[in-house]
Design a protein around this ligand. Structure first.
Ligand code: NAD
Length: 475
């Protein structure tokens, strides 16, 4: 993946990220040594291991990179994909470092990848492969609750995270904090409610906050709120589905096109995201979906006339070649690295607003942070104080009714006397983090005329925070 689109432009994914960081460092008054220390990937391992599949031995190869450990644990997903390499894993690990800093999650940055097409394997085979991969990472010091905590990414989900946690627990049965070794686990096995939807939910919260700043919306050439905005989504997987679903059902956006592996479906009146997701699950593609026109050349639909484009599949899809043809006024980078460095320059010249990946898809790591805290605390959020807050709300209602001699309507009573459960608290924490992140980015861009766009503002914020840590505690 990174091989193709990025290499065609003579620049790898990692180099593309480094270019963006270099640009940010240039406009900051930063000691050159700190810039160099910041960019380098601290450690990376490659593992190759055999697994018996249907009587044959297959060799699998994967990587885990730790880009930074100024805060521990280092954090980042593990992706399963047919094409993944060390360069891509290092680029993604670097993005994790900046992402955590932007949204104030106290983790370093890491990432992992395994060369595999998970669709080709049965469940028990995937379990054997995942458990073996986890043993390799644990044995080499690249997976533990204190130092390096994986999460899901492309091609992995709660199931793989559950197997990894169990593998660690079997190796370290005395580690009372074993649950914190991985995030994105099934809720029944230490996961936190709201993690699965978190990245897509975060994309929705990022867009909501952007649309609260009408001067910014106007400068993008748009107006009004999210209601009725025409949205194109690429990739209806975990991130793309949840972003599209929430934007459609809660913000009245029109999802006018969905681009998947086999092509794109388009309906200017809006697609029913849940129906399309069901169809995709049943048939493996979007071709043949009723109520829409099908385009075999799916990626050409990135150029469709729309207000918001959400690339949520993979890196390097908006490039030097198609950047000038993109008509969206706002690009919300739900995927990591969907816009290459040269495409970024072109889009910026045309005034297209890009909500950058390092902030836009941070919802996953924010809620992973909540899950990790929950695991170390050994208690579900809301378990201790939910009923206490409900009882207090009830007393406030009674006091108001007695003092004013009026009845508060039942619907209002219910919301006042409602204690927050884990879902409510996770959503509230995610919303708060995404709002603050966007506000900080907007303010930073306005504070310095050399900072031309949100991506640069986001990197400057991240680099300032990381540099401060380096100055305080050393490298
Ligand atoms: P996923 O595997 O659940 O979904 C990816 C979707 O994209 C699938 O529906 C797949 O069919 C589709 N797709 C793949 N190749 C495509 C192509 N060439 N054209 C169109 N569609 C294509 O993966 P995900 O977890 O949703 O991750 C998507 C992106 O978001 C990745 O860049 C990932 O790094 C990033 N991300 C994910 C998380 C997370 O919590 N899962 C967090 C942060 C960032």
């Amino acid at each position: 993946m990174s091989d193709t689109k990025f290499a065609q432009q003579g620049m790898s994914f990692r180099q593309s990220v480094e270019h963006m960081v270099d640009h940010a460092i240039e406009i900051m008054d930063l000691d050159a040594g700190i810039g160099d220390a910041l960019k380098v990937c601290k450690s990376v391992i490659q593992v190759s291991f055999p697994v018996e599949i249907d009587g044959h031995v297959e060799i699998f190869t994967g990587w885990r990179a730790t880009h930074s450990d100024h805060r521990l644990p280092s954090k980042g997903g593990i992706r399963y994909a047919p094409i993944v390499d060390q360069d891509e894993v290092e680029a993604l690990a670097a993005l994790m470092t900046y992402k955590c800093a932007i949204v104030d999650v106290p983790f370093g940055g890491s990432k992992g990848g395994l060369i595999i097409d998970p669709k080709k394997y049965e469940r028990h085979q995937l379990e054997a492969i995942t458990r073996r991969f986890a043993r390799e990472l644990i044995g080499k010091g690249f997976m533990s609750p204190a130092k390096n905590v994986p999460a899901p990414d492309m091609g992995t989900g709660p199931q793989e995270m559950g197997w990894m946690t169990d593998t660690y627990r079997n190796l370290f049965p005395d580690d009372i904090n074993y649950m914190g070794v991985v995030t994105g686990k099934p809720v029944e096995h230490g996961g936190v409610r709201g993690r699965n939807e978190a990245t897509g939910r975060g994309v929705q919260y990022a867009l909501r906050e952007f649309f609260r700043h009408q001067d910014e919306v106007k400068s993008a050439g748009l107006e009004g709120d999210l209601g009725g905005k025409r949205v194109v989504v690429q990739g209806l997987g975990n991130v793309g589905y949840h972003a599209a679903h929430f934007l459609q059902t809660e913000d009245d956006c029109k999802i006018i096109a969905i681009i998947e592996r086999d092509g794109a479906i388009v309906n200017p009146e809006g697609l029913d995201v849940d129906n399309v997701a069901l169809y995709l699950r049943e048939t493996g593609g979007v071709e043949g979906y009723e109520d829409a026109t099908f385009q075999a050349d799916g990626s050409s639909m990135l150029e469709l006339d729309c207000d918001i484009l959400i690339p949520a599949a993979m890196e390097g899809v908006i490039t030097h070649e198609n950047a000038d043809k993109i008509k969206a006024r706002v690009i919300a980078e739900a995927a990591n690295g969907p816009v290459t460095y040269s495409a970024d320059q072109k889009l910026q010249q045309r005034g297209v607003v890009i909500i950058p990946d390092a902030y836009c898809n941070a919802g996953g790591v924010i809620v992973s942070y909540f899950e990790w805290i929950r695991n170390l605390n050994h208690v579900r959020f809301g378990r201790i104080d939910k009923r206490f807050h409900e009882a207090r709300g009830q007393k406030i209602i009674t006091a108001i009714e007695m003092a004013t001699d009026t009845k508060i309507p039942d619907w209002l009573k219910e919301s006042i006397a409602c204690g927050a459960d884990e879902f409510d608290l996770v959503r509230s924490g995610l919303d708060d983090s995404m709002r603050l992140g966007m506000q900080e980015i907007i303010e930073k861009r306005r504070s310095n005329e050399k900072i031309e766009d949100y991506r640069m503002a986001a990197y400057v914020i991240a680099i300032e925070k990381i540099a401060r840590t380096y100055r305080d505690i050393g490298y």
